[in-house]
Design a protein around this ligand. Structure first.
Ligand code: SIN
Length: 310
């Protein structure tokens, strides 16, 4: 069989392959440059950028569990001014798609972050191909997941951002909701071009000797293999509720994991926690997807969800 076509488009953004690296696990890319060829990635989804710099939550803010990782980082980042000055030039020089994850405590903050990036990036690639709107961080007291659990707020926020940019808007959904389909529809209604399914699942671990939570903030967001079935189910439900593309995320560390998301209806995927153990995981996953597509005689990514039976 000829080589499968791995490319895809989300609005004006094209990706040469579906394998990206998840926000919050890859910084702004620089630290990984010595370890992997960044230009072979489908996309880099940056750490969240907020209006002002954020120190994040007090430590401990990471705790490993048997099948995953609990984090309570609290959106630590240098703020939008430093992002534009210090990170954007590096991202501009990359040939893979760059998706900038944005967050805020209020609608106004999301809008001001987007406005500042638009002003500095200008039109075209320029280090920003799309935005991933983070309405699903479970580790902050204001904003974050509070936005992503209310369809009315989701539609209104996305609608406001839609007016500020012609770049694609990808909304990153929380699994910590009763009905992810209704949130997915609200994002689509507001003007989103795609959805990321899913951010982390709220979780907690307790140290039974010290008699206190393992994370300083108490709860955190669980990522890693434990949440993959939740992510696949959310992707499957969202894909049946909307017409816009879905980017699958949550517990992907092998090609088989990624293919489960693609069969559930995802057009692309993100690798996150697996990067900490193996920075080359995205490349191995990509190779495995190609081998599987050839074996199944699949020529394009769009054909994959149609293969799912039942
Ligand atoms: C964090 O910074 O706390 C994690 C980011 C997220 O869950 O969106």
């Amino acid at each position: 069989m000829t080589e499968p076509d791995l490319s895809l488009a989300i609005g004006s953004m094209t990706m040469r392959n579906p394998v990206g690296v998840a926000s919050g696990t890859f910084g702004f890319g620089q630290e990984y440059e010595p370890l992997i060829n960044l230009d072979r990635l489908g996309a880099i989804y940056t750490k969240a950028v907020t209006l002002a710099p954020r120190e994040g939550n007090p430590p401990p803010r990471l705790f490993e569990t048997p099948q995953g990782l609990l984090n309570s980082i609290g959106l630590a980042n240098p703020g939008v001014a430093a992002f534009v000055q210090e990170k954007l030039p590096f991202l501009k020089a990359r040939s893979c798609a760059i998706v900038v994850n944005i967050a805020g405590s209020t609608e106004d903050e999301y809008c001001r972050v987007t406005g500042a990036i638009e002003e500095n990036a200008g039109p075209g690639h320029n280090g920003v191909d799309a935005y991933e709107v983070n309405i699903s961080c479970p580790n902050v007291s204001h904003g974050g997941m509070a936005f992503g659990t209310d369809p009315v707020q989701v539609e209104r926020l996305v609608g406001k951002l839609r007016k500020l940019t012609a770049r694609p808007i990808i909304v990153k959904l929380s699994p910590n909701v009763t009905d992810i389909a209704s949130i997915a529809k609200a994002a689509e209604q507001g003007g989103a071009d795609a959805l990321t399914c899913i951010n982390t699942v709220v979780g907690m671990a307790i140290d039974t000797e010290r008699l206190q939570p393992c994370l300083a903030r108490g709860t955190g967001g669980l990522s890693g293999p434990a949440i993959r079935p939740i992510g696949v189910a959310c992707t499957w439900k969202a894909a049946r509720a909307v017409r816009i593309p879905i980017i699958g995320c949550g517990g992907i560390s092998t090609a088989d994991d990624a293919i489960q998301y693609l069969l559930a209806g995802a057009s692309a995927i993100q690798v996150g926690t697996a990067l900490f153990a193996d920075p080359a995981a995205p490349m191995n996953i990509l190779e495995g997807i190609i081998v599987w597509m050839k074996r199944k005689n699949v020529g394009t990514l769009a054909e994959i969800p149609k293969l799912l039976k039942g």
